[in-house]
Design a protein around this ligand. Structure first.
Ligand code: SF4
Length: 336
């Protein structure tokens, strides 16, 4: 059974032009102990999906789903308070813009002291303090902060965004949640630090069974760390499956284009802000094309693409396209 199972999630946001469907019948399934990559260009709805999982939706949003199950519990039946309580214990999230989530009036040590679960008390209070400091030091070293003493004494505004992000990562993993959602968690880091963080997450995945949802606009940066991938385009799931299968034989033209771009430009050097993509621009969600949302950019578009493609499955590999690439096997419409 999947740890997290979301089927046909739809999120509509109120705008001056009425409700806009930012997420349209998207699916996401994460098994226990799995690292799952969620990839899409800016505006594809990745972060909205993460917020919907955490129950952080705004009252003006319309959120619906056929299924939203967390560890056997139907999230759609929980109150906001029950949802928040559950999420605080079982699911942690590393947000973008870390400095906005740290309290500028408290030192890092003060903020981190609240995070660590209390251990069995020692005979003397100073021994407790020493143990906690040692634990903090070990965690800070694990996320790549070497000068722990200076960092612990600093306020967030005295630190770089990269250092704040490492602290956010530490806060998210220090109490061993079941699922960690990392939303563009290593964006502001150098590639060597990025690799260090991914290695740490991978180790926690292997040793603690931590499930991870890695969210990124950059397929290349997360693919080698992910067991499975889901790719979003304009708020819809276009393809999902085992990462290595998708990399070897992508079915959807959008995923094929992402891979072609990586192959064309190589791993280094490449502007970090680039999302490999097809020609043309991602349409605004207020002015979506009829039928397949990739249609105007797709080199394989055909008359029949005026009908929106449904998600189909070949074993565990799902895709939404009338004319899939690299495929000989028979497909069937997904209903599982
Ligand atoms: S359904 Fe048609 S337009 Fe859409 S991705 Fe497939 S081939 Fe391209």
């Amino acid at each position: 059974m999947a740890l997290l199972d979301i089927r046909n999630l739809t999120i509509e946001l109120e705008t001056s032009e009425g409700y806009v469907r930012m997420i349209d019948n998207a699916n996401l399934s994460i098994n226990e102990g799995e690292i799952h990559g969620l990839v899409g260009e800016s505006g594809s709805g990745k972060s909205l999906m993460a917020k919907a999982i955490l129950g952080l939706s705004h009252p003006s949003w319309k959120v619906s789903a056929d299924r939203m199950i967390w560890d056997g519990i139907n999230l759609l039946e929980l109150s906001v308070a029950e949802r928040r309580q559950l999420m605080g214990i079982d699911i942690s999230m590393i947000f973008q813009e870390p400095s906005t989530f740290l309290d500028p009036s408290l030192t890092i040590e003060q903020q981190l002291s609240y995070i660590l679960k209390p251990k069995k008390s020692s005979l003397f209070f100073w021994q407790d303090r020493k143990n906690k400091q040692l634990e903090l030091k070990n965690w800070l070293h694990k996320v790549g902060i070497k000068n722990h003493k200076r960092v612990l004494e600093s306020y967030p505004w005295e630190l770089s965004e990269g250092a704040c992000q490492k602290i956010m990562i530490m806060m998210a993993i220090a109490n061993y949640p079941k699922l960690l959602i990392a939303d563009e968690a290593t964006n502001m880091m150098e590639s060597s630090t990025q690799a260090q963080i991914f290695r740490l997450l991978s180790k926690l995945n292997q040793t603690q069974g931590l499930s991870i949802l890695l969210i990124s606009h950059d397929l290349e940066s997360i693919v080698s760390w992910s067991d499975k991938l889901t790719v979003l385009y304009c708020g819809q799931t276009v393809e999902s499956g085992v990462s290595m299968d998708m990399m070897a034989k992508p079915y959807h033209p959008y995923v094929q284009a992402l891979l072609d771009h990586i192959a064309e430009f190589g791993r280094y050097p490449r502007a970090r802000s680039d999302m490999p993509s097809l020609k043309g621009n991602i349409p605004s969600l207020q002015h979506l094309p009829l039928g397949c949302r990739l249609g105007p950019r797709c080199p394989y578009a055909h008359k029949s693409c005026i009908d929106a493609p449904l998600l189909k499955k070949v074993k565990s590999h799902a895709f939404a396209c009338h004319f899939p690439r690299n495929q000989e096997e028979k497909t069937h419409e997904s209903d599982s």
